[in-house]
Design a protein around this ligand. Structure first.
Ligand code: APR
Ligand code: PHB
Length: 389
């Protein structure tokens, strides 16, 4: 098989790239190791920056997003029984859109299938060959049969556990990582969200987040020890702990109910440099991971896809390699700023096991400063709504 761009990974990065390339007449093949249903079964964060909304519009996939997404002009931040609002619209002129990232992926799958896009599921043993030459190849197995794709470029959109990143030689690849000493226990429940906006809560007992998918579907998280297992937490225990971590007036209005999904996720900051090796380009979680506190996973994948699809479009339209040559440096510049924000917000809102009373006082002082200082709120809001591409 021959194509212009072989895309490894049928998550949001790979699908968005494939659809945008299609819009510019560039052929691609998406290789996904799981099934579509498996990919869509993954519950992921639900806050979209305007940059991602614009890309979905460019990809012709924003109708449902505009119909069902919720525009949020701000967020609530609480500590103990104190709570204050950061007004994104007033501080930056931009909102965010609350819309499940699973739905983004679903919309992208629908668009690719409607356009007759080449999506290959249940692939195994994907190997990238000759990435450092002008004739890269990708081999894989599907249905027990060996296959090969000859292509001009390879996009590694296969997430943190994929094969693309490791194709870059150890002697070239540099990795930076921070593993946080806590996780997030999350539940989904068919209950009315406790507040019209998200609540990020710092409490003596640890972090909590009150989020939502729609008026009757709520998403809640509480920080938990890495040693915890999902089976350690009954729904009742979860709700009681959440109530202890949010302001009393919010706890009093919290609607509880059975969880329809419950899981624990670890928190990690991770960046790979460079994000390009010859004709292989890394996008999204294949290149970087952020703790979910700032909801930046997909939003940072989106800026990678923005840079890469524009670079490839220029290459095929004019033969210019300026965009592909600048891709890694340009993408990493924004990645590192987003990594910083996600690390800062996580450190501000969580209680590390080794946190000292002084450390906690510093958190409370920073929260009080954020509450009272417009410049501090503007800096936070600019990062939260999304730094420029
Ligand atoms: N071959 C083919 N596909 C693979 C391979 C492989 N060797 N390894 C992984 N994959 C697939 C996974 O099954 C997954 O569907 O690649 C996809 C990667 O998708 P994600 O992990 O969601 O990564 P990405 O598309 O970059 O999404 C970025 O979006 O969903 C949010 O917050 C989430 O941070 C994440 C962001
Ligand atoms: C979510 O709704 O799942 C969500 C929202 C905001 C975050 C993280 C997760 O920062």
């Amino acid at each position: 098989m021959k194509t212009q761009v072989a895309i490894i990974g049928g998550g949001p990065s790979g699908l968005l790239l494939s659809q945008l390339l299609h819009q510019h007449g560039i052929d691609s093949v998406v290789l996904e190791r799981k099934t579509r249903d498996y990919v869509l079964g993954r519950i992921r964060a639900g806050v979209l920056e305007q940059g991602l909304v614009r890309l979905m519009e460019e990809a012709g996939c924003a109708d449902r997003l505009h119909a069902e997404g919720f525009t949020h002009d701000g967020t609530q931040i609480s500590y103990g029984d104190e709570m204050f609002r950061v007004d994104f619209a007033a501080l930056t002129g931009k909102p965010v859109v609350v819309y499940g990232q699973t739905e983004v992926t679903r919309d992208l799958y629908d668009a690719r299938e409607k356009a007759g896009g080449a999506l290959v599921f249940n692939v195994e043993d994907v190997v990238i060959h000759d990435a450092e030459t002008d004739n890269p190849r990708v081999t894989y197995r599907v249905g027990g049969k060996a296959e090969e794709i000859r292509c001009d470029f390879v996009a590694g959109c296969d997430g943190f556990h994929g094969v693309s990143r490791k194709t870059i030689p150890d002697t070239v690849r540099r990795e930076y990582e921070k593993v946080y000493p806590y996780g997030w226990l999350g539940i989904l429940s068919r209950t009315r969200p406790v507040n019209d906006e998200l609540i990020y809560a710092n409490s003596e007992r640890g972090f909590a987040l009150c989020s939502m998918r729609n008026e009757r579907l709520s998403r809640y998280y509480i920080q938990c020890p890495l040693s915890d297992r999902v089976e350690d937490w009954s729904d009742t225990a979860f709700w009681e702990e959440l109530k202890r971590r949010i302001p009393a007036d919010q706890a009093a209005r919290l609607e509880t109910g059975p969880s329809i999904e419950k899981s624990i996720a670890p928190l990690r900051s991770f960046v790979t440099e460079p994000m390009r090796w010859g004709r292989l380009f890394l996008c999204g979680d294949a290149a970087h991971i952020v703790p979910p506190t700032g909801a930046k996973g997909l939003n940072t994948a989106a800026s990678d896809v923005h840079y890469l699809h524009n670079a490839l479009r220029d290459y095929y339209a004019s033969g210019s390699s300026a965009g592909i040559d600048a891709y890694s440096e340009k993408a990493l510049a924004r990645v590192w700023k987003t990594e910083r924000f996600s690390w800062w917000f996580s450190s501000l809102m969580h209680r590390a096991p080794d946190q000292t009373p002084f450390d906690h006082k510093m958190q409370l002082a920073e929260l009080a400063f954020l509450r009272s200082n417009r410049a501090a709120q503007q800096a936070m809001a600019e990062c939260y709504v999304g730094l420029p591409y």
